[in-house]
Design a protein around this ligand. Sequence first.
Ligand SMILES: Cc1cc2nc3c(=O)[nH]c(=O)nc-3n(C[C@H](O)[C@H](O)[C@H](O)COP(=O)(O)O)c2cc1C
Length: 311
Amino acid sequence: MTDQPLDSHAFRRALGNFATGITIVTAQAPNGDKIGLTVNSFNSVSLDPPLVLWSLDKRSADSLSVIQSADHFAINVLAANQLDLSNHFARPQTDKFANIDYSEGPGRAPLLDACAARFHCALHETIDAGDHWILLGRVLAFDDFGRSPLLYHQGAYSLVLPHPRVEKNLAAQATLPGLEKYLENNLLYLMLQAVNAYQTSYLPKQQALGLSVSEARVLILLSVIPDAGLERLQRESSLPGSEIREAVENLHASGLLESTTAPFSLTADGALRASEYWALSEQEQHKVFDEFNDSQIQLFKKMLNRVIQKA
Ligand SMILES: Cc1cc2nc3c(=O)[nH]c(=O)nc-3n(C[C@H](O)[C@H](O)[C@H](O)COP(=O)(O)O)c2cc1C
């Protein structure tokens, strides 16, 4: 801890350790002007009365005036497969709703389809808080669709996985005869356990190499697809455009990238760092799979790809 002024970049990065869901907040003014923006500052506040909050960057001044004249807004909590929607509403554009299906809720706030949940709110209070406004909403109604949510952690999109210890406890506490046997034969349970175990061992080693999650992902992608534009990088990295742009700036400032625009080329140092990340991933893969021969690995890949396509 220190009394020095905070390094805002490091502060943001530390805040990124707090995993959140992702929402799109929408509103429509009486004159038909609509706003929609990607927001991860959403949180619950009170059950009685039912209140929620989120914070709005003061640079989005138009959004504030639309919300205030609408006197309502909707919180659309995104489902795991709505990553493109999150990227779409995180980019300034003239008409964000041009190709988007939506219906209208209280105060004519746009409601998005196929979300995990939606909260229909009346504007309760606007609080001035530094470079953001805190908007409190009184929940008038809600929809609970129960879909698995999209998560955001350390600047990257993420998914919910059950914690392995919870799973193990469940198995240990099993009193029903045959439950453990059932879990042993349940392929979804085994796949989740496998990914959890792999990540638990791999991620700390990756982080120990020094770059943030987004910088590491962008660097290793650019080492194999240097011509990639923002859209391709978004698709391959599961990072929002703003994180990719920031990662590119940081990699350039650290002397790992020659430029901040495509086509990107890695500096000699950048190429060396990328090869360290590739080596780590190969080393981990080797450690886990070294007892299997090539044809078994090929079969495993084929099975995984079938699961990805079929499920
Ligand atoms: C994952 C993620 C979370 C975000 N959370 C917030 C937030 O809580 N509040 C905010 O004002 N902007 C947030 N943003 C940024 C806005 O989505 C972005 O600036 C958007 O373009 C604002 O809309 P506007 O340009 O129409 O004003 C977030 C962006 C991303 C990618």
